[in-house]
Design a protein around this ligand. Structure first.
Ligand code: NDP
Length: 780
């Protein structure tokens, strides 16, 4: 082809990236790969193939990890962990820095290997995946360096099991390994079956970087290997992948005490208002849904267009789609590469073929004759309930509908069980920043999409999982408080001495929606003091009472929009009113629990209310130093409705220690009061009544925790459950919470000293909030 021909046709020339070095690397080190355990490569088996999705050719053979091999990797990590933690932040920072530098030196090899193995365009692996992965190690070298001074009360969790998907094999490896190592943990990582090869290159980098043996272990395999890792003797599981497997892992780890973070699927809305820069918004969509062939958990896969511009927008979008180039991922001017595997291609094809709603548009783009390719696809005119509007397709398929008003846009955007990310396009910054906080999503991009950085938290809400990766907030998931908890001693209810019961009805009712409510079942139980005297009766709440309480809590959603200043005032007011009745409360506590420490508990409760009144307007978010012209705002948002099972001990202080941080941060609570000493809670609602707490913000149930726990954990309109109960219910709660993947915080049978600093502070505030990262680029 001559320059004249090119000038006349304006066709793309070929710009192939050479694969020779990567293929030589595979031939030299492989062609079959074993696990990387204890700093050594384990003798391999050719259990399954890692194929090039663009050609279907086998690149290498990979070993499927057995439960024994997983156990060996965990054992190696266990042995290495104490020394790694003790080596100190600086020593760990040096190792992470060395990894980052070596990844930079091997950037081209890593990018080509990723493209060969996954099928993504080389442009993306070279300019996005690999640089972001390197940045993660650099950034977390910094966190390692700062841990001793900035997180002096935090300790590593121990050994972390990490399971990653095939869509960003190297980047997800970096997101998992860097924070874990920085905080002094050791890891066993399982790559996805389709894409293990960059992890193999990485294991060689670990050796060169001087990572001590056993600190990083990589066990290749499939879902069964993953399940074996989940079941193994690890202290934490960090998982990225499908919601179905995430739910399964939640159930499998329930009650084991293993920490868990889940980064799951999404159906993220891409909202375009009529005042948006339409050309930019169209170009943004190329990155939102056709980046990595749409195989992106936070892909902007649900397009919501303002009705007045819909036809213009769709016309421009179709014109842009006509020009997208699908083909050899090693060609530098290709827009869409190959789908990761024929199985995934089959899933996408079947979902689109099975759809009869709306209008499907696929440009007349030539697809390569071999390999797994799928054309860019747009389906317009769908209804919100249509399957493709609700289900994650995980392919280059964009679905769309229109909206009329900003309120309707928010309604449609939130009409999904997921909550990972969202994009808002408008030239009106007031509108965009009004919409962003209303979206149920962990990440919102204003006039942008798919921006990610090591300094900014990434993660979802609802069925998109919990926990954040990146930033200071991501470190929480790899640390725990330094305190060593003791086992919780159960407290039995006191028995009565018999004798006549009071003729007067002294049944303390439930407190629902700001009103006293009789229990639905009409049952109550006698409450005796330590000396056997009858102190009154407490109601036994059932499932229907819980339902009413949750409804009341939902009706009080305005609380989440109040200012921190207002919530502080109300918390001070509660403290003031409790103080005015301190004597009465302290006598009641003495009568309930025996002893004479009631006044100490009341005083501690008043102090705790002051603590959270103080925090209500001071638990600030942050502006993240992301490497672009713009800001990433980390906002601490309330979680919603929190179900709290209060500690048996310290019946007033324990309750306040949970309720105060929850409502200070804007949540509403439904609580089950101390099981043996419920009357402290029922007295307390009189204080709430006089303290301007809006109806429904705090709802108090009394009854058997073992009966109530599964219903609280299962309730789809409860967003998180905290349990410090004396009953053995941690497992039940974690298992039942898997339904809507609500966040849980349970005591696992460990005691907490509610009178000490362990009973308050940032741990509670973190549990009461979730970070939303709002990206706002600068410039015209
Ligand atoms: P999975 O959730 O099945 O896989 C994610 C990881 O978990 C892989 O390493 C997988 O191993 C492993 N795994 C599978 N089953 C188990 C198990 N029971 N216990 C522990 N680990 C397990 O995702 P898929 O790769 O199968 O993709 C299916 C769908 O999931 C996609 O179509 C897409 O909708 C969604 N997905 C979402 C992602 C996200 O980032 N949100 C990422 C990837 C997929 P192996 O790969 O060997 O099966």
């Amino acid at each position: 082809m001559t320059v004249k021909n090119i000038f006349e046709s304006m066709d793309y020339g070929e710009a192939p990236e050479a694969a020779g070095d990567a293929l030589t690397w595979l031939a030299d080190r492989g062609p079959v790969f074993g696990h990387f355990i204890g700093g050594k490569s384990v003798p391999p088996r050719d259990d399954f193939a890692s194929n090039n999705p663009a050609t279907g050719e086998k690149l290498a053979g990979v070993t499927k990890g057995t439960p024994e091999e997983v156990a060996a990797a965990v054992a190696a990590a266990r042995v290495a962990q104490p020394k790694w933690a003790k080596s100190g932040g600086h020593a760990r920072a040096r190792v992470l820095y060395a990894i980052a530098r070596l990844m930079q030196k091997n950037a081209r090899l890593l990018a080509v290997m990723e493209t060969l193995d996954n099928g993504k365009p080389i442009r993306e692996s070279r300019d996005i995946d690999v640089p972001l992965a390197i940045r993660h190690f650099y950034h977390h070298a910094g966190f390692a360096q700062l841990m001793d001074t900035e997180l002096p009360d935090q300790a590593p969790l121990g050994v972390c099991g990490q399971i990653i998907p095939w869509n960003f094999p190297l980047l997800m490896l970096a997101w998992k390994i860097a924070p874990a190592l920085a905080m002094g943990n050791t890891v066993v990582l399982k790559p996805a079956e389709y894409t293990s090869l960059t992890a193999m290159v990485f294991s060689e980098i670990c050796t060169q970087a001087g990572v001590p043996p056993g600190v990083i272990n990589i066990v290749t395999g499939d879902g069964e290997t993953g399940a074996a890792l989940v079941a193994s003797d690890v202290d934490k599981i960090a998982f990225t992948g499908s919601t179905a497997v995430g739910r399964h892992i939640r159930q499998a780890t329930a009650g084991t005490g293993k920490a868990l973070t889940l980064e799951l699927g999404g159906k993220s809305p891409y909202i375009v208002f009529d005042d948006a820069d339409i050309d930019s918004a169209v170009e943004g969509l190329v990155d939102a849904i056709w980046f990595n062939q749409g195989q992106v958990c936070c892909a902007g896969s649900r397009l919501l267009v303002h009705e007045p511009i819909a036809e213009t927008f769709y016309a421009k979008l179709r014109a842009r789609m006509d020009r997208l180039r699908v083909g050899d991922p090693l060609d530098k001017s290709i827009d869409l590469g190959a789908i990761v595997d024929p199985v995934q291609l089959g899933t996408i094809s079947k979902m689109v073929a099975g759809n009869t709603a709306g209008t499907t548009y696929q440009p007349d783009t030539a697809l390569p004759a071999t390999g797994s390719f799928y054309p860019p696809t747009l389906i317009t005119g769908l209804n919100t309930a249509d399957t493709l509007m609700q289900e994650e397709i995980f392919g280059p398929v964009l679905v769309s509908t229109t909206f009329r008003t900003p309120a309707e846009a928010v309604e449609l955007a939130n009409n999904t069980r997921y909550g990972l990310a969202a994009s808002v396009w408008s030239e009106n910054v007031n509108l965009a920043l009004d919409i962003a906080p209303k979206l149920a999503a962990g990440i919102v991009w204003v006039n942008a999409t798919n921006l990610m950085d090591a300094s900014a938290g990434f993660g979802g809400v609802r069925e998109s999982g919990f926990g954040r990766e990146g930033g200071w907030e991501g470190l929480q998931a790899y640390t725990k408080p330094k305190t060593t908890p003791k086992p919780l001693k159960p407290i039995a209810t006191y028995a009565g001495k018999g004798g006549p019961t009071d003729a007067l009805d002294r049944t303390a009712k439930l407190y629902i929606g700001g009103k006293q409510a009789r229990p639905d079942g009409g049952y109550s139980r006698n409450v005796y003091g330590k000396n056997g005297a009858l102190l009154g009766q407490s109601s036994l709440a059932n499932r229907k009472d819980l339902r009413n309480a949750v409804e009341a809590a939902h009706a009080a959603k305005g609380w989440s929009k109040t200012t921190g200043h207002l919530r502080a005032q109300i918390l001070y007011y509660i403290a003031e009113n409790l103080s005015a009745r301190a004597d009465e409360f302290s006598k009641r506590l003495d009568a309930l629990q025996g002893g004479k420490s009631g006044n100490k508990e009341v005083e501690a409760s008043i102090q705790r209310l002051f603590t959270y009144a103080a925090w209500a307007d001071k638990y600030d978010g942050a502006v993240k130093g992301v490497p672009m012209r713009g800001v990433a705002l980390a906002m601490n948002e309330p979680i919603g409705v929190i179900g709290c099972l209060c500690p048996d001990e310290a019946p007033l202080l324990g309750l306040i220690s949970l309720v105060a941080p929850a409502i200070a941060m804007g949540n509403r609570v439904v609580l089950a009061a101390s099981d043996p000493f419920p009357l402290a809670a029922t007295d307390f609602y009189q204080v709430l009544d006089t303290s301007d707490v809006p109806a429904g913000v705090v709802n108090i149930l009394t009854g058997d925790h073992t009966d109530l726990a599964p219903h609280i954990a299962k309730h789809l309109n409860i967003d998180a459950v905290w349990s410090f109960s004396g009953a053995d219910i941690s497992k039940t709660i974690e298992q039942e919470a898997a339904g809507n993947l609500k966040r849980t915080w349970v005591n696992n049978g460990q005691a907490r000293d509610w009178f000490s600093t362990a009973g308050e502070g940032k741990e509670f505030l973190q549990a009461a909030t979730q970070t939303k990262t709002i990206w706002v680029p600068y410039g015209e």
